[in-house]
Design a binder for this molecule. Sequence first.
Ligand SMILES: Cc1ncc(COP(=O)(O)O)c(C=O)c1O
Length: 364
Amino acid sequence: MSALKPRPGILEIEPYKPGESLVDGVARVIKLSSNESPLGPSPRAIKALEAAAKEQHLYPDGTCEAIRTALGRRHGLDPARIVCGAGSDELISLLARAYAGPGDEVLYSEYGFLMYPISAMGVGARPVAAPEKGLKADVDSLLAKLTKRTRILFLANPNNPTGSYLAKDEVARLVRALPLDVLLVIDAAYAEYVRRNDYSSGAELVDAHDNVVMMRTFSKIYGLAGQRIGWAYCPPAVADALNRLRNPFNVTASAQAAALAALEDIQHVDRARASNDAVLPWVTAELERLGLEVAPSVGNFVLVRFPEGAKSADAANDFLAKRGIIPRKMGAYKLPRSLRITIGTEADMRFVVATLAEFMGARQ
Ligand SMILES: Cc1ncc(COP(=O)(O)O)c(C=O)c1O
Protein backbone atom coordinates (compact mmCIF):
# COMPACT_ATOMS: atom_id res chain seq x y z
CA MET A 1 0.00 0.00 0.00
CA SER A 2 1.33 3.38 -0.96
CA ALA A 3 1.71 5.97 1.78
CA LEU A 4 0.64 8.61 -0.72
CA LYS A 5 -2.96 9.73 -0.61
CA PRO A 6 -4.73 11.80 -3.28
CA ARG A 7 -6.89 14.61 -1.94
CA PRO A 8 -10.31 13.62 -0.55
CA GLY A 9 -12.81 12.81 -3.29
CA ILE A 10 -10.31 11.88 -6.01
CA LEU A 11 -10.56 8.13 -5.46
CA GLU A 12 -14.35 8.36 -5.54
CA ILE A 13 -14.23 9.51 -9.16
CA GLU A 14 -15.40 6.86 -11.59
CA PRO A 15 -12.88 7.38 -14.42
CA TYR A 16 -14.43 8.67 -17.64
CA LYS A 17 -14.56 5.84 -20.15
CA PRO A 18 -14.15 7.08 -23.72
CA GLY A 19 -16.10 5.40 -26.49
CA GLU A 20 -14.62 2.09 -27.66
CA SER A 21 -12.87 2.10 -31.01
CA LEU A 22 -11.72 -1.49 -31.63
CA VAL A 23 -13.51 -4.79 -32.04
CA ASP A 24 -11.51 -8.03 -31.94
CA GLY A 25 -11.50 -9.86 -35.25
CA VAL A 26 -13.39 -7.17 -37.19
CA ALA A 27 -11.46 -5.40 -39.95
CA ARG A 28 -13.72 -2.44 -40.67
CA VAL A 29 -15.10 -0.75 -37.63
CA ILE A 30 -17.88 1.84 -37.70
CA LYS A 31 -17.20 3.92 -34.61
CA LEU A 32 -20.40 5.54 -33.43
CA SER A 33 -19.42 5.90 -29.78
CA SER A 34 -18.04 9.43 -29.42
CA ASN A 35 -20.19 11.74 -31.57
CA GLU A 36 -17.35 12.37 -34.01
CA SER A 37 -17.96 13.71 -37.52
CA PRO A 38 -18.28 10.95 -40.13
CA LEU A 39 -16.92 13.39 -42.74
CA GLY A 40 -13.58 13.74 -40.96
CA PRO A 41 -11.63 16.99 -40.89
CA SER A 42 -11.70 19.60 -43.64
CA PRO A 43 -9.06 18.98 -46.35
CA ARG A 44 -7.85 22.50 -45.55
CA ALA A 45 -7.28 21.49 -41.92
CA ILE A 46 -5.31 18.47 -43.08
CA LYS A 47 -3.09 20.71 -45.21
CA ALA A 48 -2.60 23.07 -42.28
CA LEU A 49 -1.59 20.13 -40.10
CA GLU A 50 0.95 19.01 -42.68
CA ALA A 51 2.42 22.50 -42.78
CA ALA A 52 2.44 22.70 -38.98
CA ALA A 53 4.43 19.47 -38.79
CA LYS A 54 7.54 21.36 -39.88
CA GLU A 55 7.25 23.84 -37.02
CA GLN A 56 6.97 21.41 -34.14
CA HIS A 57 10.24 22.54 -32.52
CA LEU A 58 8.54 25.84 -31.68
CA TYR A 59 6.19 26.52 -28.79
CA PRO A 60 2.69 27.48 -29.87
CA ASP A 61 1.20 30.96 -29.47
CA GLY A 62 0.19 30.76 -25.81
CA THR A 63 -2.56 33.32 -26.32
CA CYS A 64 -4.17 31.58 -29.34
CA GLU A 65 -4.47 35.02 -30.88
CA ALA A 66 -5.13 34.07 -34.50
CA ILE A 67 -7.87 31.61 -33.69
CA ARG A 68 -9.51 33.93 -31.14
CA THR A 69 -9.50 36.76 -33.68
CA ALA A 70 -11.03 34.49 -36.33
CA LEU A 71 -13.66 33.20 -33.90
CA GLY A 72 -14.48 36.76 -32.88
CA ARG A 73 -14.99 37.74 -36.52
CA ARG A 74 -17.04 34.64 -37.35
CA HIS A 75 -19.38 34.84 -34.37
CA GLY A 76 -19.36 38.60 -33.75
CA LEU A 77 -17.64 38.25 -30.37
CA ASP A 78 -14.90 40.16 -28.55
CA PRO A 79 -11.72 38.05 -28.97
CA ALA A 80 -10.41 39.33 -25.63
CA ARG A 81 -13.21 37.43 -23.93
CA ILE A 82 -12.46 34.13 -25.65
CA VAL A 83 -10.26 31.56 -23.90
CA CYS A 84 -9.12 28.45 -25.76
CA GLY A 85 -8.54 25.09 -24.15
CA ALA A 86 -7.32 21.60 -24.98
CA GLY A 87 -10.87 20.60 -25.86
CA SER A 88 -13.82 21.94 -23.92
CA ASP A 89 -12.98 19.20 -21.42
CA GLU A 90 -10.02 21.29 -20.27
CA LEU A 91 -12.23 24.36 -19.97
CA ILE A 92 -14.71 22.43 -17.82
CA SER A 93 -11.86 21.45 -15.47
CA LEU A 94 -10.44 24.97 -15.42
CA LEU A 95 -13.83 26.49 -14.61
CA ALA A 96 -14.30 23.96 -11.79
CA ARG A 97 -10.84 24.74 -10.43
CA ALA A 98 -11.41 28.49 -10.68
CA TYR A 99 -14.86 28.66 -9.12
CA ALA A 100 -15.46 25.60 -6.92
CA GLY A 101 -13.65 23.79 -4.15
CA PRO A 102 -14.17 21.72 -1.00
CA GLY A 103 -17.55 22.40 0.61
CA ASP A 104 -19.01 23.84 -2.61
CA GLU A 105 -21.67 22.34 -4.83
CA VAL A 106 -21.62 22.02 -8.60
CA LEU A 107 -25.06 21.66 -10.11
CA TYR A 108 -25.92 19.86 -13.32
CA SER A 109 -28.89 18.21 -14.93
CA GLU A 110 -29.53 14.52 -14.18
CA TYR A 111 -28.34 13.19 -17.55
CA GLY A 112 -25.88 16.01 -18.17
CA PHE A 113 -22.43 15.38 -19.65
CA LEU A 114 -20.35 13.19 -17.30
CA MET A 115 -17.37 15.53 -17.15
CA TYR A 116 -19.40 17.92 -14.95
CA PRO A 117 -19.61 15.65 -11.89
CA ILE A 118 -16.09 14.36 -12.58
CA SER A 119 -14.58 17.85 -12.63
CA ALA A 120 -16.54 18.83 -9.51
CA MET A 121 -15.17 15.85 -7.61
CA GLY A 122 -11.70 16.62 -8.90
CA VAL A 123 -11.70 19.89 -6.97
CA GLY A 124 -13.33 18.44 -3.85
CA ALA A 125 -16.76 19.95 -4.58
CA ARG A 126 -20.01 18.01 -4.38
CA PRO A 127 -21.77 17.28 -7.67
CA VAL A 128 -25.54 17.78 -7.37
CA ALA A 129 -27.85 16.39 -10.07
CA ALA A 130 -31.27 17.98 -10.69
CA PRO A 131 -33.94 15.55 -11.95
CA GLU A 132 -34.95 15.86 -15.59
CA LYS A 133 -38.42 15.67 -17.11
CA GLY A 134 -38.68 13.39 -20.14
CA LEU A 135 -34.89 13.24 -20.66
CA LYS A 136 -34.71 17.02 -20.78
CA ALA A 137 -33.18 19.54 -18.36
CA ASP A 138 -35.83 21.31 -16.32
CA VAL A 139 -35.29 24.91 -15.23
CA ASP A 140 -37.50 24.71 -12.13
CA SER A 141 -35.87 21.49 -11.04
CA LEU A 142 -32.41 23.05 -11.42
CA LEU A 143 -33.48 26.15 -9.49
CA ALA A 144 -34.94 23.97 -6.72
CA LYS A 145 -31.50 22.39 -6.19
CA LEU A 146 -29.69 25.69 -5.65
CA THR A 147 -28.23 26.17 -2.18
CA LYS A 148 -25.90 28.75 -0.63
CA ARG A 149 -23.07 26.39 -1.52
CA THR A 150 -23.83 26.22 -5.27
CA ARG A 151 -20.96 27.80 -7.22
CA ILE A 152 -21.40 26.51 -10.79
CA LEU A 153 -24.30 25.24 -12.87
CA PHE A 154 -23.19 23.26 -15.94
CA LEU A 155 -25.84 23.01 -18.66
CA ALA A 156 -25.12 21.18 -21.91
CA ASN A 157 -27.36 22.70 -24.57
CA PRO A 158 -28.03 20.56 -26.55
CA ASN A 159 -27.31 17.85 -24.04
CA ASN A 160 -25.19 14.77 -24.57
CA PRO A 161 -26.33 11.95 -24.29
CA THR A 162 -30.06 12.77 -24.50
CA GLY A 163 -29.99 15.05 -27.57
CA SER A 164 -32.58 17.35 -25.98
CA TYR A 165 -32.25 21.12 -25.75
CA LEU A 166 -33.66 24.04 -23.82
CA ALA A 167 -35.23 26.87 -25.81
CA LYS A 168 -33.52 30.25 -25.47
CA ASP A 169 -36.42 31.68 -23.42
CA GLU A 170 -36.01 28.89 -20.89
CA VAL A 171 -32.25 29.45 -20.60
CA ALA A 172 -32.87 33.19 -20.22
CA ARG A 173 -35.40 32.43 -17.44
CA LEU A 174 -32.77 30.28 -15.72
CA VAL A 175 -30.21 33.09 -15.88
CA ARG A 176 -32.66 35.64 -14.52
CA ALA A 177 -33.41 33.45 -11.52
CA LEU A 178 -29.79 32.57 -10.78
CA PRO A 179 -27.95 34.33 -7.94
CA LEU A 180 -25.13 36.52 -9.28
CA ASP A 181 -22.49 34.47 -7.47
CA VAL A 182 -23.42 31.27 -9.31
CA LEU A 183 -21.69 30.76 -12.65
CA LEU A 184 -23.85 29.31 -15.44
CA VAL A 185 -21.74 27.41 -17.96
CA ILE A 186 -23.65 26.76 -21.17
CA ASP A 187 -21.86 23.96 -22.98
CA ALA A 188 -22.88 24.33 -26.62
CA ALA A 189 -20.62 21.60 -28.05
CA TYR A 190 -23.32 20.58 -30.55
CA ALA A 191 -24.70 24.07 -31.34
CA GLU A 192 -23.80 23.89 -35.05
CA TYR A 193 -26.10 20.90 -35.58
CA VAL A 194 -29.23 22.48 -34.10
CA ARG A 195 -31.99 23.44 -36.55
CA ARG A 196 -34.52 25.09 -34.28
CA ASN A 197 -35.62 28.73 -34.37
CA ASP A 198 -36.06 28.85 -30.62
CA TYR A 199 -32.46 27.72 -29.93
CA SER A 200 -29.50 29.91 -29.12
CA SER A 201 -25.99 28.90 -28.12
CA GLY A 202 -26.18 31.58 -25.42
CA ALA A 203 -23.54 34.10 -26.58
CA GLU A 204 -26.01 36.95 -26.07
CA LEU A 205 -26.48 35.87 -22.46
CA VAL A 206 -22.72 36.09 -21.91
CA ASP A 207 -22.82 39.67 -23.23
CA ALA A 208 -25.65 40.59 -20.90
CA HIS A 209 -24.56 38.89 -17.66
CA ASP A 210 -21.38 38.69 -15.59
CA ASN A 211 -22.07 35.11 -14.51
CA VAL A 212 -22.62 33.27 -17.81
CA VAL A 213 -20.03 31.43 -19.91
CA MET A 214 -20.62 29.67 -23.24
CA MET A 215 -18.36 26.86 -24.42
CA ARG A 216 -17.81 25.49 -27.93
CA THR A 217 -15.58 22.88 -29.49
CA PHE A 218 -13.81 21.93 -32.71
CA SER A 219 -14.28 18.24 -31.85
CA LYS A 220 -17.74 17.74 -33.30
CA ILE A 221 -18.92 19.37 -36.54
CA TYR A 222 -15.38 20.55 -37.40
CA GLY A 223 -14.09 16.98 -37.18
CA LEU A 224 -11.01 17.81 -35.09
CA ALA A 225 -11.55 15.77 -31.93
CA GLY A 226 -8.02 14.36 -32.19
CA GLN A 227 -6.48 17.83 -32.00
CA ARG A 228 -8.12 18.82 -28.70
CA ILE A 229 -9.30 22.40 -29.09
CA GLY A 230 -12.34 24.12 -27.66
CA TRP A 231 -13.14 27.64 -26.54
CA ALA A 232 -15.11 29.58 -23.99
CA TYR A 233 -16.75 32.98 -24.45
CA CYS A 234 -16.60 34.61 -21.04
CA PRO A 235 -17.32 37.73 -19.04
CA PRO A 236 -13.99 39.62 -18.76
CA ALA A 237 -13.40 38.62 -15.14
CA VAL A 238 -13.91 34.92 -15.93
CA ALA A 239 -11.56 35.12 -18.94
CA ASP A 240 -9.01 36.75 -16.64
CA ALA A 241 -9.33 33.95 -14.06
CA LEU A 242 -8.99 31.21 -16.69
CA ASN A 243 -5.97 32.90 -18.27
CA ARG A 244 -4.23 32.97 -14.88
CA LEU A 245 -4.99 29.33 -14.18
CA ARG A 246 -4.40 27.63 -17.52
CA ASN A 247 -1.03 26.28 -18.59
CA PRO A 248 0.91 28.78 -20.71
CA PHE A 249 0.79 26.61 -23.86
CA ASN A 250 -2.41 24.66 -23.28
CA VAL A 251 -3.42 24.44 -26.94
CA THR A 252 -0.92 22.86 -29.33
CA ALA A 253 0.36 24.67 -32.42
CA SER A 254 -1.11 22.00 -34.67
CA ALA A 255 -4.52 22.30 -33.00
CA GLN A 256 -4.49 26.06 -33.52
CA ALA A 257 -3.43 25.72 -37.17
CA ALA A 258 -6.01 23.03 -37.91
CA ALA A 259 -8.82 24.92 -36.17
CA LEU A 260 -8.03 28.14 -38.05
CA ALA A 261 -8.16 26.34 -41.40
CA ALA A 262 -11.30 24.40 -40.43
CA LEU A 263 -13.06 27.60 -39.42
CA GLU A 264 -12.44 29.02 -42.90
CA ASP A 265 -13.86 25.95 -44.66
CA ILE A 266 -17.51 26.88 -44.33
CA GLN A 267 -18.51 24.43 -47.07
CA HIS A 268 -17.11 21.49 -45.14
CA VAL A 269 -19.16 22.45 -42.09
CA ASP A 270 -22.23 22.90 -44.29
CA ARG A 271 -21.71 19.43 -45.75
CA ALA A 272 -21.45 17.90 -42.28
CA ARG A 273 -24.61 19.69 -41.18
CA ALA A 274 -26.51 18.73 -44.34
CA SER A 275 -25.51 15.10 -43.93
CA ASN A 276 -26.75 15.10 -40.34
CA ASP A 277 -29.95 16.90 -41.36
CA ALA A 278 -30.71 14.15 -43.84
CA VAL A 279 -29.64 11.10 -41.87
CA LEU A 280 -30.80 11.95 -38.31
CA PRO A 281 -34.57 12.01 -39.07
CA TRP A 282 -34.26 8.92 -41.28
CA VAL A 283 -32.47 6.92 -38.56
CA THR A 284 -34.94 8.12 -35.93
CA ALA A 285 -37.94 7.04 -38.01
CA GLU A 286 -36.41 3.68 -38.97
CA LEU A 287 -35.50 2.77 -35.39
CA GLU A 288 -38.96 3.78 -34.21
CA ARG A 289 -40.41 1.50 -36.88
CA LEU A 290 -38.50 -1.32 -35.22
CA GLY A 291 -40.36 -0.55 -32.00
CA LEU A 292 -37.43 1.18 -30.32
CA GLU A 293 -37.82 4.39 -28.32
CA VAL A 294 -35.67 7.15 -29.76
CA ALA A 295 -35.30 10.37 -27.78
CA PRO A 296 -35.87 13.34 -30.14
CA SER A 297 -32.39 14.69 -30.87
CA VAL A 298 -31.14 18.00 -32.23
CA GLY A 299 -27.51 16.82 -32.16
CA ASN A 300 -25.46 14.34 -34.20
CA PHE A 301 -26.46 11.29 -32.16
CA VAL A 302 -29.53 9.48 -30.88
CA LEU A 303 -30.30 7.90 -27.54
CA VAL A 304 -32.13 4.64 -28.20
CA ARG A 305 -33.99 2.73 -25.52
CA PHE A 306 -34.27 -1.03 -25.79
CA PRO A 307 -36.76 -3.42 -24.21
CA GLU A 308 -35.79 -5.54 -21.24
CA GLY A 309 -34.92 -9.21 -21.63
CA ALA A 310 -33.41 -10.78 -24.73
CA LYS A 311 -33.55 -7.54 -26.74
CA SER A 312 -31.76 -5.45 -24.13
CA ALA A 313 -29.31 -2.62 -24.79
CA ASP A 314 -26.40 -4.83 -23.71
CA ALA A 315 -27.47 -7.59 -26.09
CA ALA A 316 -27.89 -5.05 -28.91
CA ASN A 317 -24.45 -3.64 -28.15
CA ASP A 318 -22.87 -7.10 -28.44
CA PHE A 319 -24.82 -7.88 -31.61
CA LEU A 320 -23.70 -4.62 -33.23
CA ALA A 321 -20.10 -5.01 -32.03
CA LYS A 322 -19.78 -8.44 -33.64
CA ARG A 323 -20.60 -6.75 -36.94
CA GLY A 324 -18.08 -3.95 -36.36
CA ILE A 325 -20.55 -1.29 -35.20
CA ILE A 326 -19.62 0.42 -31.94
CA PRO A 327 -22.32 2.41 -30.16
CA ARG A 328 -21.91 3.85 -26.63
CA LYS A 329 -23.25 1.97 -23.63
CA MET A 330 -25.04 4.24 -21.21
CA GLY A 331 -24.56 2.56 -17.82
CA ALA A 332 -22.29 5.39 -16.64
CA TYR A 333 -25.18 7.79 -17.29
CA LYS A 334 -27.58 5.56 -15.34
CA LEU A 335 -29.43 4.79 -18.57
CA PRO A 336 -28.54 1.07 -18.82
CA ARG A 337 -31.48 0.30 -21.09
CA SER A 338 -30.24 2.72 -23.74
CA LEU A 339 -27.45 2.99 -26.28
CA ARG A 340 -26.22 6.24 -27.75
CA ILE A 341 -25.51 6.02 -31.46
CA THR A 342 -23.65 8.73 -33.35
CA ILE A 343 -25.12 9.66 -36.73
CA GLY A 344 -22.58 8.40 -39.26
CA THR A 345 -22.66 8.46 -43.05
CA GLU A 346 -25.86 7.44 -44.79
CA ALA A 347 -24.29 4.15 -45.91
CA ASP A 348 -23.07 3.30 -42.42
CA MET A 349 -26.43 4.16 -40.88
CA ARG A 350 -28.25 1.95 -43.41
CA PHE A 351 -26.04 -0.87 -42.16
CA VAL A 352 -26.80 0.05 -38.52
CA VAL A 353 -30.55 0.08 -39.16
CA ALA A 354 -30.43 -3.23 -41.06
CA THR A 355 -28.35 -4.80 -38.27
CA LEU A 356 -30.73 -3.60 -35.58
CA ALA A 357 -33.68 -4.84 -37.65
CA GLU A 358 -32.01 -8.24 -37.69
CA PHE A 359 -31.40 -8.01 -33.95
CA MET A 360 -35.00 -7.09 -33.22
CA GLY A 361 -36.15 -9.96 -35.42
CA ALA A 362 -37.92 -7.70 -37.88
CA ARG A 363 -38.14 -8.68 -41.52
CA GLN A 364 -36.25 -6.35 -43.84
C1 LIG B 1 -21.62 18.18 -24.10
C2 LIG B 1 -20.16 17.99 -24.31
N1 LIG B 1 -19.31 18.90 -23.84
C3 LIG B 1 -17.99 18.78 -24.01
C4 LIG B 1 -17.46 17.70 -24.68
C5 LIG B 1 -15.97 17.59 -24.77
O1 LIG B 1 -15.54 17.98 -26.00
P1 LIG B 1 -14.03 18.31 -26.31
O2 LIG B 1 -13.59 17.30 -27.30
O3 LIG B 1 -14.05 19.71 -26.83
O4 LIG B 1 -13.25 18.22 -25.02
C6 LIG B 1 -18.29 16.72 -25.19
C7 LIG B 1 -17.72 15.55 -25.89
O5 LIG B 1 -18.34 14.57 -26.15
C8 LIG B 1 -19.68 16.86 -25.01
O6 LIG B 1 -20.52 15.94 -25.46
